[in-house]
Design a protein around this ligand. Sequence first.
Ligand SMILES: [Zn+2]
Length: 347
Amino acid sequence: MAFEAIRGQSAAVDVLTRAIASGRVAHAYAFVGPSGVGRKLTARAFAKALLCPSPPRGGEDEGEGVGVRENACGRCRACRKVEKGIHPDLMLIAPTPPATNPRGTPAIRLDAIRDLERWAALRPAEGPWKVFIIDDAGRMTPETPQAFLKTLEEPPARTVIILILSQTRELPATVISRCQVVRFVPLGEEETVALLEARGIDGPPARLLTRACQGRPGLALAQDPKTWVERRDLALSILAEVGAGGAGALFKWAESLGRDRPQVEQLIETWWLWFRDLLCVKAGGDPRLLVHGDRQGDLTGAADARSWEELLAGLCACREAWQALQGNVSPRLTMEVVLSRLALRAA
Ligand SMILES: [Zn+2]
């Protein structure tokens, strides 16, 4: 009742279950892959399997490729506590804003690592292990990895630390080299559709969300399909409006939405997918590859109106805007620059 809930990550699950079965559990793991593919779910399943005192016997509850001995029972007190996030031997650490500014950029701070050190030095309270899951571990403040290195170099006994991050380069090589890297991959289209359908999203919205989330079902499940379509439509109407209305429309939209970083991230993602579709249409690609397949008429019109160079430049503009946001450029400025590159034509 733990690993079998994970879809499309059989290589990762394999590494972890083999570690438990062989009794060779590493002190630190880096779960590396895009968000929304099950990294955190797997970390919890792993914690559960480590902390469950009564692994299931016999063939029941056996998941895809998972033996019984190395899985959790999913029913005992320990499993239920992990499920609720209240197990005393499991600590979840996530980025927090600075103590002095609740609206500041969230990060993994020195204080959190100090807490981890203190906890790790204690013996497990109930289970055989102490497990620490650090979500978004790539977002450490500059001084934090150095402090963390000490814990990694001399890990207390019976301690397992799991770092969750998108790319290994988000942390210094000195940190990564002390972790066992476990890779997570985007899911295939049919796997994603099946997963969404199992969660009650079906029909055309399931297909549309599946393509938009690009193999990261967690992102699709985090939003209401209707809201997603509304936001997509808004993103496209902003492009059209700025194309027709010029700089005036551009500044209006940047002013009204530019303070909301998550929304600007989402707009840029939608525009990126739109330009990707345009390229696909212009190249005569299979319509089944289109994310915005429900807007095929608009796609054909827009693809005809633009040159190959313009389409490629559009993709570049989106990628650079994304990097600017990650590098802490203000969302408003990012939005102004990307919109001018995507929608303003040389007069
Ligand atoms: Zn259990």
